[in-house]
Design a protein around this ligand. Structure first.
Ligand code: SF4
Length: 364
């Protein structure tokens, strides 16, 4: 079976959200179609032509700004270039305000089998403050449209620790999310990045203790509702873990298409330069730059760092036996679990994973 994946980036959003520092910007007129042409030509020029893809992920930005015909062209380029017969997961990210019946039906008919939708909160006041373009009712409507179009694997993003959000507001967001019953839920604590409207206007993050309480409330409510907390920020119904994202967390290989996209192949981590105008001018035929050549040490360190993000944890054999007393102490403190020759973090452990991971890094 193929172990190769592909990530396609769409660097457009109708408007920047107040907390966002992703690589995306409002598109100039005609920019989207010229971008899709360039993206298709980059895909067709891939040196991995003929290889089988196990997962495809179209992220952004806002991929749902691409029209039905844009997606038809994109899928045609993928089919011309790669073998998709064993592709188990084809995800497209969307924002609620751009989901229409005909868009959803076309994507489903093209073979897209998973949608990841940015909901963030069901409070209209908080959505406005975040600079989102949709309302809670529109998010619920978009979810129904996607279900009616045939999507049986939908992921929804929620944000916690929003400005002025308290525990009961988060609880009500989680209840509304659970009542929709998506197959997968991602929950991110709001981080304020300095070069965003929030950062520039002095909006601050909630204090550490509130963030901790919100994280644990999220864990308790979603696990009680039948979701497995399988990664620091991700929850899934049985058998519905995000296959593509698990490729990232388990050191798998993936190709990158579109400016700002990162790839990993043959031990090299690379990135497509973040310049959309240049990407279009060169019709997608840009040279990626090497971010890192992953040597044996980096591979080992990364496997520990990424493995501890997941509830599966890591084999004990990866950890220097001198560190066993440290692991045992973490278990006594409720931060870790030792079982079946593996070590993993609990929800409390996920909250302090940075410190634990650095203590477990292998010696050079
Ligand atoms: S829709 Fe997503 S990518 Fe676009 S500005 Fe908002 S948070 Fe950023």
């Amino acid at each position: 079976m193929s172990n190769l994946s592909a990530y396609l980036h769409v660097p457009f959003c109708r408007r920047k959200c107040n907390y966002c520092d992703f690589f995306s910007a409002p598109p100039a007129p005609e920019a989207v179609s010229s971008y899709v042409n360039a993206l298709c030509s980059q895909i067709r020029a891939s040196s991995c032509r003929g290889e089988a893809l196990r997962t495809v992920y179209v992220g952004g930005g806002t991929p749902s700004l691409l029209s039905e015909d844009d997606f038809t062209a994109l899928v045609a380029a993928l089919l011309d270039t790669f073998d998709l017969t064993s592709c188990v997961e084809f995800t497209v990210e969307c924002n609620p305000e751009s989901v229409t019946e005909s868009w959803a039906k076309r994507l489903y008919s093209l073979g897209v089998n998973r949608i990841s939708m940015g909901v963030q909160t069901f409070s209209d006041a908080a959505l406005r403050r975040l600079g989102r373009l949709h309302t809670a009712a529109e998010a619920e409507k978009a979810f129904r449209i996607l279900r009616d179009a045939g999507f049986s694997n939908i992921s929804m993003d929620l944000m916690a620790a929003l400005p002025e959000q308290d525990l009961s507001a988060l609880e009500s967001d989680l209840d509304r999310m659970i009542s929709l019953s998506p197959e997968h839920i991602s929950v991110y604590l709001l981080k304020i990045e300095p070069n965003t409207p929030f950062g520039l206007t002095g909006v601050t993050e909630q204090d550490e203790e509130t963030q901790r309480k919100m994280y644990l409330l999220t864990h308790q409510k979603l696990t009680k509702a039948g979701y497995e907390h399988y990664e620091i920020s991700n929850f899934a119904k049985q058998g519905r873990r995000a296959v593509h994202n698990c490729v990232y967390w388990t050191g798998g290989e993936y190709l990158a298409f579109g400016p700002g996209a990162s790839g990993f192949r043959d031990g090299v981590r690379y990135r497509i330069p973040e310049n959309t105008a240049e990407f279009c001018r060169l019709n997608g035929l840009v040279s990626p730059f090497v971010e890192e050549r992953v040597d044996a040490y980096a591979q080992k360190a990364e496997a520990i760092f990424l493995g501890l993000r997941m509830s599966d944890g890591i084999p004990l054999a990866w950890i220097d036996c001198k560190k066993m007393p440290f692991l045992q102490r973490l278990c006594e403190e409720g931060l870790g679990v030792l079982a079946d020759q593996r070590f993993s973090l609990t929800a409390e452990g996920f909250l302090v994973s940075d410190g634990i991971v650095s203590a477990l890094m292998p010696d050079k």
